[in-house]
Design a protein around this ligand. Structure first.
Ligand code: DON
Length: 306
């Protein structure tokens, strides 16, 4: 049985590695964050919550938002269309913001790299960026069980004014006929969805829904179609940690999705959701302390699926 003491030991273990990481420097507002935050929250499928460390400190969701936007796009367009015409389901082995494969293969390899997530963002229903974002916000509040979740305006503006690499990806995708609609509206929505403030508790709640086949553990309400939840967990395992996904599968061994805000959301099917937060990142853009917490829990509790 997982105890509070074990969770505390995992966070203490993760703390030893923070000094080797750095906050995301390419987004000026994220570069300013205190890199020594660290915390972990576990939500069981009976609704129980266990937490230790900085679990109530807000941070921007960043790429973890790509789970929610993909769920919305699947429900708007259908998985067949999305995964056939718009994005693949294969890992790239390249960094999350790489452009290199877009020239040789028009379709982004998967929905979690930036090119794939920008494409998915363009497939979400809504007449403009505001309408798409409102739908995204309603969904993320529901799936995290927190009505207070809101945009971090400073991070959004920081990303929007410096996101030229994402702009390049989006215009390239438009030129290839992959990205739908107005490029700037799509990018504006993408920057907003990445800049929503959440906590480790929020992302643990969302992960618990994914682990529970799409149903909210405390109310039983179906928030995600079970088939979508299954596809998302598979993609988290193969692509969720970008070019660190293979090593993460070897050392930790369960589905997880990281963000450069320092969060990692992990879904252990039929067991629990885990949310960790530690803004010091490794060279691949994944939380360095967060990975170590998950590695500790995986070994101690025998969570590794393999
Ligand atoms: O578009 C970006 O670069 C960021 N808003 C999100 C990237 C990210 O979180 C990658 N995750 N590890």
């Amino acid at each position: 049985m997982l105890t509070q003491e074990c969770l505390q030991d995992a966070v203490k273990y993760g703390e030893c590695f923070i000094k080797f990481g750095k906050t995301a420097e390419y987004i000026p507002e994220l570069a300013r964050v205190n890199k020594y935050h660290l915390g972990a929250c576990i939500v069981g499928l009976d609704g129980t919550v266990m937490e230790y460390g900085d679990t109530r400190t807000p941070f921007t969701i960043q790429s973890i938002s790509k789970l929610a936007s993909l769920i919305l796009a699947i429900s708007d367009r259908g998985a067949d269309y999305l995964f056939h015409d718009k994005v693949g389901v294969e890992p790239t082995g390249d960094p999350f913001n790489s452009i290199i494969k877009l020239e040789t293969k028009t379709k982004p390899f998967n929905p979690f790299i930036n090119a794939g997530a920008i494409t998915v963002a363009s497939c979400i229903d809504g007449k403009d960026s505001d309408e798409k974002f409102e739908r995204f916000l309603q969904f993320i509040r529901k799936v995290c069980g927190n009505e207070e979740i809101a945009l971090n305006e400073a991070v959004y503006l920081s990303e929007k004014s410096t996101g030229d690499r994402n702009r390049a990806l989006a215009y390239y995708l438009k030129a290839s006929g992959i990205l739908e609609g107005n490029v700037e509206e799509c990018l504006d929505f993408y920057f907003k969805m990445c800049s929503v403030n959440v906590t480790a508790v929020d992302i643990a709640q969302m992960s618990a829904v994914l682990a529970n086949h799409g149903a909210c553990p405390s109310t039983g309400e179906v928030l995600i179609e079970p088939e979508s939840a299954k596809a998302i967990r598979a993609l988290m395992l193969t692509c969720g940690m970008y070019d660190g996904s293979g090593e993460f599968a070897m050392t930790v061994g369960f589905p997880a999705k990281s963000g450069v805000g320092g969060g990692i959301a992990a879904a252990l099917v039929d067991r629990m959701g885990i949310g960790v937060f530690g803004p010091a990142l490794d060279e691949k853009g994944n939380s360095i302390g967060g990975i170590k917490i998950l590695e500790y829990l995986s070994k101690k509790m025998d969570f590794n699926l393999f």
